[in-house]
Design a protein around this ligand. Sequence first.
Ligand code: SAM
Length: 226
Amino acid sequence: MSHGSLYVVATPIGNLSDVTARSKEILSTVDAILCEDTRVTSKLLASLAIKKTLIAYHQHSDDVRVDEILARLAKGQSLALVTDAGTPGISDPGGKLVHSIVIGLPDVAIIPIPGPCAAIAALSVSGFPTDRFVFLGFPPHKKGRMTYFKELAEREETVVFYESTHRIEKTLAELEARIGDRQVVVCRELTKLHETTYRGTVAEVTAALKATSIRGEFVIVCKNST
Ligand code: SAM
């Protein structure tokens, strides 16, 4: 029996109209959809009028769940992998599952269905050089945090990273201590109602953020050190 396929499907990062025609087609035709949070994906599917079996796969999923997924693929099923927002595997649990499939079932076709990604969206409006950039995910909360910002400040490429509403003020303060008056772009709530892009030094951006709102999801882009 031939192996199935895994489609790694990007989904909107806020605006449901950003779902692509191809991702809609794939989500409607696969045997089941692997998702991070079934409530989030149910909402997306309802907006697309798609009814499908959902299988939870998140950062705490155990080996039993991975084995179930591998068994489905080994039987020839086609599965779609989505996460709560954006491109699976980019700072979310998607990448771990893809790795398990590459190792466990090397004959399974793994097919990207590209679409939104917060880091790429922010880079595209940054105006900073993007011929070379480095993506650093989320800053660590404790261990390795100082080294993270030190290395970030030393990079010669444009740097892009993620932060949540809970830690944005703390992170911007630490960033300022490291990069001083270098230019940054901070994108808040991309594609959503309160989408705002702040440009300037970290101090300027922090003041502007506080004057509007520090609520939401953030991407920070820093101009290189040269
Ligand atoms: N896989 C996703 C992607 O392709 O962008 C990223 C998942 S990561 C768990 C979630 C983080 O991405 C958020 O904390 C935020 O830093 C960033 N993010 C996601 N959606 C965003 C949006 N609409 N506006 C700004 N940042 C966003």
